[in-house]
Design a protein. Sequence first.
Length: 86
Amino acid sequence: MTKWVKTEGCPSVRRAGKPVGLDWIIDISEVVRCLQERAAADAVQKFGLPEDGQMTEAEAERCTAVAKAIVNMVEAAEVQHPHRIR
């Protein structure tokens, strides 16, 4: 936890203080928000989208095709291995 807060920017309400017996206090909703923002920033960087999130029609069509392919793969896996995927 210490590394995540110090190096990754994880939000915390209070850091632990072992010498004085303080426990971590973490606001889970803030952690989730932080992770969502990081994931969005990573996606923008990975796909080369501008900061405003706008994309061309061709890029949108490509993303839609990729999403449909992923859905098809998941559906096929569910049919082949119904007991493993839930």
